[in-house]
Ligand binder design. Structure first.
Ligand SMILES: [Zn+2]
Length: 111
């Protein structure tokens, strides 16, 4: 049992090493946030309550996941400043606190 947990941990580390550096990841995150801000800016009035697809704001370079939340929820994430909209299991920073997790959608705060 212990051995298998260690093997899994080693595999997880190997996978992380092939991921972009944190600096690169933060640039990916910033690009996705800009795209999401443009999406949110195009939504007005009663459409605020409608589910909208936003890009996952994680630091993975190859992430193409989309997360569906109402625009007003995403606006709250933006207003909080250090919060990110994510596919559950993806992260926007090495240290985080989960604010909301609902199905495939998570909102995390960088700490
Ligand atoms: Zn992601």
């Amino acid at each position: 049992m212990l051995e298998s947990a260690r093997t899994r941990e080693n595999r997880r580390r190997a996978r992380e090493e092939s991921q972009p550096t944190l600096e690169e990841g933060v640039a990916f995150r910033a690009a996705r946030r800009s795209a999401n801000q443009r999406t949110a800016a195009g939504i007005k009035g009663k459409d605020e309550e409608r589910l909208v697809e936003f890009e996952c704001e994680c630091v993975r370079g190859d992430c193409e996941r989309r997360v569906r939340v109402p625009a007003y929820v995403y606006r709250r994430v933006l207003e909080a400043g250090d919060q990110y909209l994510l596919q559950t299991g993806h992260h926007a920073s090495p240290r985080y606190r989960t604010i909301v997790a609902f199905g495939l959608m998570s909102i995390e705060e960088e700490i």
